[in-house]
Design a binder for this molecule. Structure first.
Ligand code: SF4
Ligand code: SF4
Length: 218
């Protein structure tokens, strides 16, 4: 047993697991495998900076030791190939997580960024550069990823057009994931925090309903 796998085994029984099961996670990954935010390799524009945030962090003298990609409740179920990732864990009782959470939160760090098995990328990598936002009327929207990251994504700062198929698929995924109360609590908490920030909605619930109507009309 490798040290990395032993680390996972030791924590896996306590990993936070909501109502989104393995089958649903696989379907979500499959849906997002088919879409991309822009019709070209945007990593070529920025040197895939979102895959190697250590570089930006080091240049800003920040601590990169705990850096990892955060997994949503139950997402660890799809990550059964441990060969390309390192695991780390945080206590869900930490203030940054909703009160409803308990157990451990899993983080993965890819070993050879920006290269990874594309079909195994976690949700955060699949949906960046947009994030979910729940408004005061409990409506879901997609916004540009908030400026919590130490790097600047050219898609965001140049306000490049994001493909409608990517936005629609990502919105559909979040609609499903928010049925899980643990995920809902997290996104609602984050949305309340974001009310103080300058957010930009890139896809609204109205866009989603319009898209559905036009598909039905076909
Ligand atoms: S999503 Fe943004 S930061 Fe990441 S590779 Fe594409 S352009 Fe670069
Ligand atoms: S999993 Fe892949 S896409 Fe995500 S940060 Fe790592 S190398 Fe980049």
């Amino acid at each position: 047993m490798t040290k990395n796998y032993a680390n996972f085994k030791e924590n896996s029984n306590n990993l936070i697991k909501g109502s989104t099961g393995l089958k649903k996670w696989k379907a979500i990954y499959r849906l997002l495998d088919k879409v991309s935010p822009v019709p070209f390799d945007c990593g070529a524009v920025c040197g895939s900076i979102c895959c190697s945030p250590e570089d930006s962090i080091e240049s800003k003298n920040l601590d990169s030791s705990d850096l990892g990609i955060y997994l949503f409740p139950g997402e660890f179920l799809v990550h059964d190939d441990h060969s390309w990732i390192d695991w780390s864990f945080e206590d869900a009782s930490d203030d940054v997580y909703p009160d409803s959470w308990s157990g451990k939160v899993g983080f993965i760090k890819c070993k050879t960024p920006p290269k990874c098995p594309r079909e195994k990328r976690p949700l955060q990598c699949r949906t960046y550069p947009v994030a979910p936002y729940i408004d005061d009327n409990n409506k879901l929207h997609l916004i540009y990823y908030p400026h919590f990251t130490p790097y600047d994504c050219p898609i965001i700062y140049n306000e490049m057009e994001i493909s409608s198929s990517f936005l629609h698929a990502t919105y559909t995924v979040w609609k499903h994931l928010l049925r899980d109360s643990l995920t809902y609590d997290l996104i609602k908490d984050e949305s309340l925090e974001l009310e103080k920030e300058d957010i930009k909605i890139v896809y609204s619930s109205a866009d989603y309903n319009e898209h559905k109507k036009s598909r039905i009309g076909k």
